[in-house]
Design a protein around this ligand. Sequence first.
Ligand code: SAH
Length: 402
Amino acid sequence: MNSESTPSLKLRISQKAETILRSGHPWLLSDSIREQSRPGTMGELAIIYDRKDRFLGMGLFDPEGPICVRMLRTGKPQKLDRAWWQQHLTAALDRRRNLFDAQTNGYRLCNGESDGWPGLVLDRYDSTLVLKIYTTVWLPRLNEVVELIAEQVPHERLILRLSRNIQDQALPFTEGQILRGAAPLEPVVFLESGIRFEIDGVRGQKTGFYLDQRENRRLVESFSQGRRVLNAFSFSGGFSLYAARGGAVSVTDLDISPHALTAANRNFALNLHDPTISRCLHESVKTDAFDWLNSTATSSRSFDLIILDPPSLARREFERTQAIRAYGRLARNAIKLLRPKGILVACSCSAHVSTSEFLDSVRNAATQSGRPFMELQTTGHAADHPATFPEANYLKAIYLCF
Ligand code: SAH
């Protein structure tokens, strides 16, 4: 893509950065540049050389951000022509080739850096594709990216989503723009493990659904038979539908967003043909789940399975300590509501809280409860959401039985 007529942008970088890039990390930080052949433009290809002037890798240049190059390739030099880009997309698609059967037509086709497409995510919801861009380095190439996708992934429409931090800079593109096909006249419905869900691909959170929680939802289904379930931070009821299909007696959704609760109700309505789902009592409560758990912990309400899946509690490094405490508090209050043999499923999507920090906060809460408990399992990233470097490793969950 992009034949650049000006001489290529060449960078020489610090020894430390060299080691980091060679180890496969996809970001070059701007303070690691020792020499730059000329000022670079947004999204142009930068070629990186090591101290001995050997080719080290190539990536997309960002003259403004703290991450000045997002790596596309390290190792041997290669021309990044159209055939290379085509192959680069094929490689991401191939990684999903046999992961899903016809019962699941919503999943991630490309997961940013970890698939070699830094800051670019492509999700499939049946015949609707949602392309989400987290950095402006893609903007000069966006039309070509869309062409590549069109060549390889059949679809009815392609929706563009822009992360909040770039929405103002993304001209001539707009958040929610339909890049190919027609705008959906009704909500897009897709299948996950045979359950029907609808999404708002144009305005919904993330790209419309939390596809990253599919494997945890499947586990929750397997634990739900005969249980009264509390789904805190329910969003559109992903966990709730699986719990219902797994034979839960009742499911209570908590979310602060009325839209999320309405979406959950609609998703239940879409699946009433399933007798197990239709038998499950479904209740929604619009509330601040932190407060609700705090105040309900002293009441007589109780549950047999509680899912805690709050939004990221540490979006910045300085929020880390506070977030760890909040995870502990949530777990402590939830445990008070658990009946004997009850199961707690606690999740974290905070990239700034490490796996061990999160798991320890929940385990400590369990120990402090004074109740005997058993750890059933911990989980991380699913195969369609690979995480190949520390900063990408955000999702963790722990299952405890009391
Ligand atoms: N478990 C969901 C995803 C949860 S995303 C799934 O599998 O699809 C986090 C959700 O928490 C969002 O729906 C958001 O509206 C909700 N939320 C954010 N802050 C909240 C709060 N203080 N109390 C309750 N819900 C909250």
